[in-house]
Design a protein around this ligand. Sequence first.
Ligand code: UGA
Ligand code: MN
Length: 330
Amino acid sequence: MSPLQTIGIICFVIITLWLGVQITVLNTCLHAKRHVPTNLHILCQKEENYLLLRVFDLVKNEPQCTKLVKTLQKSVNAYDSRPRIFIVTPTYARPVQKAELTRLSHTLLLVPNIHWIVIEDSENKTSLVTNFLSKSRISFTHLNVPTPLPMKMKKEDPNWLKPRGVLQRNAGLSWIRKHVDPEEQGVVYFADDDNTYDLDLFEEMRYTQTVSVWPVGLVGGLMVEKPLVENGKVVGWNTVWKADRPFPIDMAGFAVNVSLLIHHRRAAFSLAVARGYQESKLLGDLVTINHLEPKADNCTKVLVWHTRTEYPKLKQERKLSVPSNVGIEV
Ligand code: UGA
Ligand code: MN
């Protein structure tokens, strides 16, 4: 074989190999284009919280790393362009408290860019809630304020049945006014610890400009209580229970723009209003019906349910001389 032929064969082999590689690469690209979803960045955004959770899980026994990941989570939240949701939750000690908080926290873990303000109805912060929050992996603030006892005990007048969460939500509002930048894009939502929340609800409320409203399931003696909407405007309500309320809506059925709340410094809940009028008190301090923004497809979808947990049967417990939960938190 002449040297020219040898060079020729070598060149042929190299070119064939090179072409082979090129075709494989091209094929992979074509394949990728067909099979990699075009909305990859949207998927990544959805997965972001889940990924952080995974990272937390991996480093949970490394205190140094946990600190680092918490800082990372803060910066992820800070750089998140979506408005932040401040979730205000009053809570009080009873047998189902930890179960309720666990369930709610698992919903909130799936919602990006939130800050959870949990206010205990108690003289002091309890170790149950303190420990629960510190392991919750959610960005939180822990506050406490007791409901005055005489208020809780005014049982003779049905309208005055113990006020639930009133001072606690006000404490949440004060914290927000003190710590949140009035120009921050965000929204405040009053999420009781026992309701059931669809994840879509949080994305509906996130871009609230003034006050947004939507239907609430299983409340007010109805399957659903909802704002009535005509041409994209709230024109009334389908409420039956205390229908004369200025805003006949449940606490779970609205969210407020954070700047609006901060700028209306006196807007608050009040111990001086009758049962069922808390929502009207706060909303009356902030807006009129014309300002309301209907969400959830013009109030045609139920994304939150006013579920209430049955009080557990503890008949056997009362017979015990030593409680079953000595030394074990339930
Ligand atoms: C309904 C509304 O959905 C509540 O938002 C409203 O506060 C309440 O009526 C009322 O004003 O009476 P309901 O299911 O009857 O709710 O009330 P709860 O779920 O028992 O309490 C509302 C919130 O306040 C819960 O997060 C609960 O943990 C808290 N709460 C309740 C306290 O902080 N202290 C209490 O003594 C009782
Ligand atoms: Mn409730």
